[in-house]
Design a protein around this ligand. Structure first.
Ligand SMILES: [Zn+2]
Length: 475
């Protein structure tokens, strides 16, 4: 416990990396740009996976697995797609000591191989919709990497669906965007703005890319998930047609959508503090840790026994752990579990047992509360709920305090130095979008879905704008 975590206010980037390394969430791999996800980090991912997987199945999707290697010729079939992904692909040229007749790409995303397979599986309108999700790793050769947020290899899920009509595909794109939004807000306690990307920021090969954007504690944006309406682009590239009920052959409509281990980075940056990680109760593998406190060996047996009794009572409703390790002092354990972000700590000593009380310490506010042992289950339930709610409310208040509606470019230029979300009028021209980025490093994150139609003047050129867009510097 020697090295302290850098303070957020001193250096936000160092603070972020310190939390990951000190809480043993991940480590740098021998290959530059790659990451080892350690058990403390991986169990957060497993929790996220299990919730999301349930939500995908609830909306009719099934899991499948496609190969890691994609023939180079597949990637070239969709012009925008290859242009976007080829520069960051890792390429396999040899196998078994021999040069391959065709190079194989390590998947940067799986649209091409999946649509190649869909061409075999889809023939009739009765084969549609086809709703498949895949949990896997992907590789994109990144130059500037940061643990969880940007690494060459990362874990994710990618949904790939095929539909008979445009309307159904658009509906699916929005449905999955809303699944992501619900997950971000209700489980991660992380408020997001959902909207559509501009032409220059959309997924290569998509007609429309929808996104959820969250504000981190340094007031920068983080893209937390995307859902793409792919139109007929991939069906045309891979010649996927179906015979409709009216007998006509038609191209299939497509969507794809994904979230990755980047969400763990988002979770850290959204809630944690100078003491370490803060996990929302719904995603904590351990929601409650019980730390028995004793002085002499004579007391230890009785206190540890009582701690386990409390665990027995709580474990039906909550995920509880007793830290009865003899080799560590209580103060050390408190720090350790605070670093790990465990939402609630229960402290119990000999005096507490006599008085039939325990102390509950919440991680987020670092407040302590004494409660009768008799009502412990009820109190734990109330507190976990309150932590989950407060994390969301605080993050939302923070975002609102740092969101500005600005009409004058000079004012925007002055404020953006301190970061934040900005609602600006934009005419829709690429050139004005580039100017914003070039001058301020801020980008148009999205055109928010709930933004009211409000006509105004583009903050760069003064031309007409139909509504405001969300602009921010981003990860
Ligand atoms: Zn303009």
């Amino acid at each position: 416990m020697s090295k302290k975590i850098t303070k957020r206010s001193d250096n936000y980037s160092d603070w972020y990396i310190d939390i990951i390394t000190r809480a043993q969430l991940a480590d740098y791999a021998p290959v530059k740009g790659c990451m080892v996800i350690r058990p403390n980090g991986y169990e957060i991912w497993e929790k996220m996976q299990s919730v999301l997987d349930g939500m995908f199945k609830e909306t009719g999707h099934r899991n499948a697995y496609f190969p890691l290697l994609i023939p180079e010729s597949f990637l070239k079939k969709e012009a925008e797609h290859v242009e976007g992904f080829a520069p960051e692909c890792a390429v396999v040229t040899h196998g078994g000591g021999k040069k391959l007749s065709e190079n194989l790409m390590i998947r940067p995303t799986s649209e091409t191989i999946i649509w190649n397979m869909y061409s075999r599986w889809i023939n009739s309108h009765r084969d549609l919709p086809l709703l498949i999700n895949q949990w896997c790793n992907v590789m994109r050769w990144e130059m500037r990497t940061r643990l969880f947020l940007r690494t060459s290899e990362f874990l994710w899920q990618e949904g790939h669906t095929a539909h008979a009509t445009k309307e159904e595909a658009v509906e699916e794109t929005i449905r999955m965007l809303e699944v992501y939004k619900t997950f971000a807000e209700e489980y991660m306690a992380m408020p997001v703005v959902d909207g559509v990307k501009t032409e220059s920021e959309k997924f290569p090969g998509a007609v429309d890319t929808y996104t959820i954007e969250a504000m981190m504690q340094d007031k920068k944006a983080l893209q937390a998930g995307t859902s793409h309406f792919l139109g007929e682009n991939f069906a045309k590239a891979f010649d996927v047609q179906f015979q409709d009920a009216d007998g006509a052959r038609k191209y299939v409509w497509a969507t794809s959508w994904g979230v990755s281990t980047r969400l763990i980075g988002a979770l850290i940056m959204c809630h944690s503090d100078d003491q370490g990680l803060i996990l929302p109760p719904k995603l904590a593998t351990k929601q409650v840790v019980i730390v028995p406190i004793w002085k002499g060996d004579a007391e230890s047996g009785k206190v540890i026994e009582c701690a386990h009794k409390i665990k027995e009572e709580l474990k039906e409703k909550f995920r509880v752990h007793v830290d009865d390790r003899l080799q560590y002092k209580p103060g050390w354990k408190f720090n350790e579990w605070e670093l790990q972000g465990i939402p609630l700590r229960i402290e119990i000593g000999p005096r507490d047992i006599e008085n039939r009380v325990v102390v509950l310490a919440r991680r987020d506010k670092r407040e302590k509360l004494q409660v009768p042992i008799e009502s412990i289950s009820e109190e734990v339930g109330k507190l976990l709920q309150s932590i989950q709610n407060d994390l969301f409310t605080n993050a939302k208040d923070f975002r609102e305090k740092n969101t500005f509606t600005v009409d004058q470019y000079s004012e925007f230029e002055e404020k953006v130095v301190e970061n934040g979300f900005f609602h600006l009028h934009w005419c829709g021209k690429d050139l004005c979008e580039e100017k914003i980025k070039g001058k301020t490093k801020a980008t148009i994150r999205c055109i928010p879905r709930d933004s009211a139609k409000e006509s105004g003047k583009c903050i760069i050129c003064g031309d007409n704008s139909p509504q405001r867009v969300l602009v921010s510097r981003a990860y």
